[in-house]
Ligand binder design. Structure first.
Ligand code: NDP
Ligand code: OXD
Length: 308
């Protein structure tokens, strides 16, 4: 085994670096070299793979791989994404929290509290609401099950047929029917050529508008590139949307002059719906490298032709 054959590159936190150093210190490097066999990356520099002729596997620091697949001259090696119960649990927390905040009109109560107003506002119950999860993969299905347990009706949309007990599922050919019965739309799709700007004014106009929330709600925890922010701003301004929760944006950080910061019914968070736990990640990567070096298959290798 060559020394310093694991490259850690891109937007890496100190905690992530420490977690890898603790586990694999004798193999880690910050620089791409002739010896680099594995690259662990998050939003890498576009030139990063220029000087890595021995590269064998790329690991994404997160569940999404758009930041890797968009790298010019990407070597033709397997790209492995991060799938882990810790990450899934965090996404379940985020999605359930956002659905409940809109259901229970928490923003209106926050405002009433600031004004010291005792005001009982009518709220529907979860069983009156259908949450439509767009992107019904690892995270979407886990969130779907958690929302079912809270009493919501849940439906899921994926490219292929997915079967989950008590959840009605739709394929992309059936998207119109999926949207027509959705009160809260949760986006958990990867960013790909197909999903770029998919949630636009036309799609918003097909969500159920006569539901118990007085208008549809959108929760975006997938990728900002899938959502037309101008369309969302307009729909918030003209009341088409009852609310939004946005964790991911076309450009991150979200610019200080974006109108999205200013809506009472828009909940904005800085791409933290499900942050990667450094220890879980370094453990995962080490297991995958061990499997690979022992001739066993790696898990969660992405299909580059699909884009996720
Ligand atoms: P998966 O690959 O397991 O699931 C993706 C799902 O999206 C699949 O069900 C897939 O369909 C579906 N999909 C893909 N393209 C389309 C399309 N055109 N129309 C409808 N459905 C589509 O990924 P994960 O669940 O693990 O992660 C999903 C995404 O969540 C990541 O790619 C990342 O962008 C985002 N994410 C965001 C985080 C945050 O903190 N905000 C944290 C972690 C992830 P099929 O099942 O048929 O393949
Ligand atoms: C991810 C993310 O893809 O954090 O894991 O967005």
């Amino acid at each position: 085994m060559s020394a310093r054959d694991i490259l850690l590159a891109g937007d890496i936190s100190a905690a992530e670096r420490d977690a890898f150093l603790e586990r694999l210190s004798d193999r880690m490097s910050d620089e791409p070299t002739d010896a680099t066999r594995y690259a662990i990356v998050w939003k890498p520099d576009p030139d990063i793979f220029r000087n890595t002729p021995s590269l064998e596997v790329i690991f994404s620091l997160g569940a999404g791989v758009d930041h890797v697949l968009n790298t010019p001259n990407l070597p033709d090696v397997p790209v492995v994404r991060f799938v882990d119960p810790d990450l899934t649990g965090r996404m379940m927390e985020y999605v359930c929290l956002q659905c409940l905040l809109h259901l229970r009109r928490q923003r209106a109560y926050d405002s009433a509290q600031r004004n010291k107003t005792w005001n009982q506002i009518a709220m529907p119950t979860a069983r009156e609401i259908t949450v439509g999860i767009m992107g019904f993969g690892v995270l979407g299905q886990a969130c779907g099950r958690a929302l079912l347990a809270l009493g919501f009706n849940v439906r899921g949309l994926a490219r292929s047929t997915r079967k989950v007990e008590d959840i009605e599922t739709f394929t992309t050919e059936q998207q119109a029917g999926f949207l027509a019965g959705t009160d809260m739309l949760v986006n958990l799709m990867p960013l790909s050529e197909e999903t770029r700007n998919m949630i636009d004014a036309d799609l918003i106009s097909h969500l159920r508008s006569e539901g118990a929330l007085g208008g549809p709600v959108i929760i975006n925890a997938g990728r900002g590139g899938s959502l037309d922010e101008c369309a969302v701003i307009e729909a918030l301004e003209n009341g088409t949307l009852a609310g939004v929760s946005l964790d991911v944006f076309q450009t991150e950080p979200l610019s200080a002059d974006s109108p999205l910061w200013g809506f009472d019914n828009a909940i904005v968070t800085p791409h933290v719906a499900a942050i990667t736990d450094p220890n879980a990640l370094s453990n995962y990567v080490q297991r995958q490298i061990d499997a690979y070096e022992n001739g066993k298959p790696m898990e969660n290798v992405v299909d580059r032709s699909r884009g996720y």
